[in-house]
Design a protein around this ligand. Structure first.
Ligand code: PLP
Length: 399
């Protein structure tokens, strides 16, 4: 019996040497929107790129293998992937969603529910009483985002699956924050995985894309049918780029994580920081679950800064090796203010309920040298801390 192939090897070798015509090592990029028929009513494997494309299929195959699903639909964005999953629901169906999910997902769920597409209940999924109360309402689907964006809350996927399946509900997991290199929700029993491939999977901040991977073939067929019907499939060039990114996914994730752990430790020590959210810290409430269900703690760290707008500005605008920008998961480090950026689509009250404060800062650690990132963050925090001292001296008449 042959030895099982390590997923890292699969990620590197996905679709290599698939070119039959020239023997190209890397699969060619098929940009053509259409394909000739062999003759009357004689369609080839592909006829029209909205419905199917060899480059997109190569990416779908790689994602399907990495998440261990039975089918994958590659979409034009993460939001398109999430929308496709919503199309499995009818107007009477209830969808249970974490109250601290990505702001764009929150907006989509809330707006579709407001138009009667389905019913939605936003809950704290780390609160067992809230989960039991929501499941008692017989939802059709439970949406899980673990670790959550931006607070890195951890949901026990296997436990949620067990409870949801007991009442016949589907479980869909947004695996964007970890990628299949560090977590495979389908292996833990989830029915559907979605990704914003914009993030770690592509990894270079030059593609917007998404994917839906289903455990069950019939669910996959339904999603694939909707993707073709409404035309949200990913573009061939984007698919080519994303597949190229996936080849380095595993080593990138290791470096993202190493840098995140180093920066999280530095943040914990710094007096300008009042709270650090990183599942790798042993006092993180989800640490034990994360250690069990994840292959690592990932590259995202959030923290609360002491003070107000002056201190926020000092960090957000003063970092040298972090770009102040939306998104995450690229090789370059980013800093973000969720309340005015990624989570601006949530009403202030919904943000408050979810625990997303105005002084929360989110970091996406890239793959730069850890020492540079730690030094940069500490220097910006030192300057933020000095603001009050400078003010106090000024109020004191400079004495
Ligand atoms: N899911 C999560 C967890 C995200 O962070 C994002 C975007 O930030 C999305 C989904 C949406 O993905 P996209 O921006 O590719 O549409």
């Amino acid at each position: 019996m042959s030895k099982p192939v390590n997923p890292q090897t699969r990620a590197v070798r996905a679709a290599l040497e698939s070119d039959q015509q020239h023997g190209a090592v890397v699969p060619p990029l098929f940009l053509s929107s259409n394909y000739t028929f062999v003759g009357f009513a004689q369609k080839r494997q592909y006829d029209y790129t909205r419905s199917g494309n060899p480059t997109r299929d190569a990416l779908a195959g790689a994602l399907c293998e990495l998440e261990q699903g039975s089918g994958c639909v590659v979409t034009s964005s993460g939001m398109a992937a999430i929308h496709l999953v919503c199309l499995l629901l009818n107007s009477d169906d209830l969808l249970v969603v974490p109250h601290d999910c990505y702001g764009g997902s929150y907006r989509l769920f809330a707006n579709l529910a407001a138009r009667g597409a389905f019913r939605v209940r936003f809950i704290d999924q780390t609160d067992p009483a809230a989960v039991s109360a929501a499941l008692a309402e017989n939802p059709r689907m439970v949406w899980v985002e673990t670790p959550s964006n931006p607070l890195l809350r951890i949901v026990d996927l296997a436990a949620m699956v067990e409870q949801a399946h007991a009442i016949g509900a589907l479980v869909a997991a947004d695996n964007t924050f970890l990628s299949p290199a560090l977590q495979q929700p389908l292996r833990l029993g989830a029915d559907i995985v979605v990704h914003s491939t914009t993030k770690y999977l592509n990894g270079h901040s030059d593609v917007v894309g998404g994917a839906v991977i289903s455990a069950d073939e019939a669910v996959h067929a339904q999603i694939a049918d909707w993707a073709n019907t409404i035309g949200v499939a990913g573009a061939p060039f984007d698919s080519y780029m994303t597949l190229r990114g996936i080849r380095t996914l595993f080593p990138r994730m290791r470096q993202h994580e190493e840098n995140a752990a180093r920066v999280a430790e530095a943040l914990v020590q710094h007096p300008a920081v009042t709270r650090v959210y990183y599942p790798g810290l042993t006092d993180h409430p989800g640490h034990d679950i994360a250690r069990r269900q994840q292959g690592g703690y990932g590259g995202m760290v959030s923290f609360e800064i002491a003070g107000g707008e002056a201190q926020l500005r000092c960090v957000l605008e003063g970092l040298q090796h972090f770009s102040l920008a939306e998104s995450l998961g690229g090789v370059e480090s980013l800093v973000c203010h969720p309340a005015t950026m990624t989570h601006a689509p949530m009403e202030p009250e919904a943000r408050r309920r979810a625990g997303i404060s105005d002084t929360l800062i989110r970091l996406s650690l890239g793959v730069e040298a850890a020492d540079d990132l730690v030094a940069d963050v500490c220097a910006a925090l030192d300057r933020a801390l000095a603001i009050d001292a400078v003010r106090a001296t000024a109020a004191d008449g400079g004495r």
